[in-house]
Write a protein that binds this ligand. Structure first.
Ligand code: ADP
Ligand code: ASP
Ligand code: MG
Length: 436
């Protein structure tokens, strides 16, 4: 079994969806295809769930028109066109009814329709092409508990769902969406279709998970910010996990973990250039060269400094500090210590006020918002010469707030004010990856 995942841009137009069908059908191996919503639809549905009736109706009309044109470009078989139109009629009727009822807190219910629509239309296309396929509703097997996917339950449910069918060549399912412990529609957070794909690949011990997007693999720096970035042919799970967690948007922050634990390789490929090599994420290659491989940046970071002249190095002090973060369900990304102070960073500042209030028992607290973590990923083994020097040298003109090295052999992280992000990424590109 293979798992294929296609993102929103790969489905952005009817022609692109047809190319996706060509692509999966060119490989005869059995597969599960995980689809995101058509690009823009998730944003529209979030807007819709927060709209008043008047603006919501206008947005719905635009979406109805968009999908009417999409179906016209996608399908040619009359029976399939009729089924697709009926499906869209029912879908938009449900959305309109919910909008008019103005139910509170149902954003997650609304956004799920993005993936329902893309997978249904894709299934009609496969029927039109006579493919031996089946539609797997993700809400029948994707389960989360306390906001995180529950792989144990998913594994049992997915296997049951698959056993209900005669074997098919292609199974189609929704990325991103799941049901939580209260049986409500939930999701795996933005970009979560990557995570669905790696979870499915892991629980089924797939041969490979292929994530198809609009760029030819993981680049060595953020291509939205830096010019002249290059695709990386191979990354270890550890390197890819760090890059994803620290901001490389091409991968959901947590999606490498299930594949890594199950030992299933992930291949990143480009729907717009299917013959490009892409990036293979797999086990550590002991022969791979040391040094920096890629850089990513994570925005929206808050730095918290706790200064305490007498208590800091007393045993149990750090435990008390971390307990505060645990109580307020906030995870810490970076940490540095000195004799008189501890600095740490968080990316979720929803409970910042309470955290700061509780920390005041242990010292003087200062907070800096709008920080960015720059994460340099590669093989920085303990015998690697001057690894940190090579990373820091290009940043000599940028004020550095924190440095973290040695936590793992695959990551050196630096905290800077967000206003220096572009300069820092460009300087690192030049300093670490310039050819010649
Ligand atoms: P999809 O809709 O297929 O899930 P995304 O927009 O989530 O696609 O991810 C692909 C985009 O990620 C690329 O178009 C690129 O702009 C951006 N990106 C950010 N950092 C990187 C990186 N290091 N390598 C490749 N792409 C990156
Ligand atoms: N459609 C969802 C989003 O826009 C999930 C995904 O694209 O992976 O975030
Ligand atoms: Mg994505």
């Amino acid at each position: 079994m293979l798992v294929y995942k296609f993102g929103g841009t790969s489905l952005g137009t009817a022609d692109r969806m047809k190319s996706v069908a060509d692509l999966i059908l060119s490989d005869p191996r059995q597969k599960i295809v995980v689809l995101s919503a058509v690009s823009g639809t998730t944003d529209n549905l979030i807007k819709l769930s927060n709209s008043d009736i008047q603006n919501g109706d206008i947005l719905l009309q635009e979406m109805v028109k968009q999908y009417k044109d999409y179906v016209a470009g996608l399908l040619s078989n009359e029976a399939c066109i009729t089924s697709a139109k009926e499906f869209l009629g029912e879908t938009f009727h449900s959305l309109r009814t919910a909008l008019h009822q103005q139910k509170p807190n149902d954003e997650k219910w609304f956004v799920a329709f993005g993936e329902f629509i893309s997978t249904s239309l894709f299934s009609f296309l496969l029927i039109e092409r006579g493919v031996n396929s089946a539609y797997l509703p993700a809400l029948d097997f994707m389960r989360s508990v306390e906001g995180e996917p529950d792989l144990g339950q998913i594994s049992i449910l997915l296997k049951n769902v698959l056993e209900a069918f005669e074997p098919k060549d292609v199974y189609v399912t929704q990325g991103y969406i799941c049901r939580n412990e209260n049986n409500q529609t939930d999701n795996l957070r933005r970009g979560g279709s990557d995570y669905t794909a790696t979870i499915i690949g892991a629980v089924l011990k797939a041969e490979e998970i292929q994530i198809w997007t609009d760029i030819d693999g993981v680049h060595n720096n953020d291509p939205r910010i830096v010019q002249g970035t290059r695709a990386i042919e191979k990354l270890s799970y550890a390197e890819a996990a760090e890059l994803a967690y620290f901001g490389a948007k091409i991968l959901h922050p947590l999606c490498v973990r299930p594949a890594r634990e199950a030992g299933v390789p992930i291949r990143l490929l480009n729907t717009l250039n299917p013959t490009a090599t892409g990036t293979l994420i797999d086990k550590e290659n002991p022969m791979s060269q040391g040094g920096a491989k890629a850089v990513a940046a994570k925005d929206g970071i808050t730095a918290i400094n706790i200064r305490s002249s007498h208590m800091l190095m007393a045993h149990g002090f750090l435990r008390k500090i971390f307990e505060v973060f645990e109580i307020h369900k906030t995870s810490v990304d970076m940490i540095t210590t000195s004799e008189v102070a501890v600095s740490l960073t968080i990316d979720d500042d929803r409970n910042l006020e309470n955290i700061v209030n509780d920390l005041k028992d242990y010292g003087t607290i200062s907070v800096e918002k709008d920080q960015t973590i720059i994460c340099v990923v590669g093989s920085f083994g303990k015998d690697e010469m001057a690894a940190a020097v090579k990373v820091l040298l290009p940043l000599q003109n940028i004020p550095i707030r924190m440095i973290s090295s040695g936590g793992s052999a695959s990551n050196i992280s630096i905290l800077i004010n967000a206003k220096y992000k572009k300069d820092a990424l460009e300087a690192l590109n030049k300093g670490l990856f310039a050819i010649g």
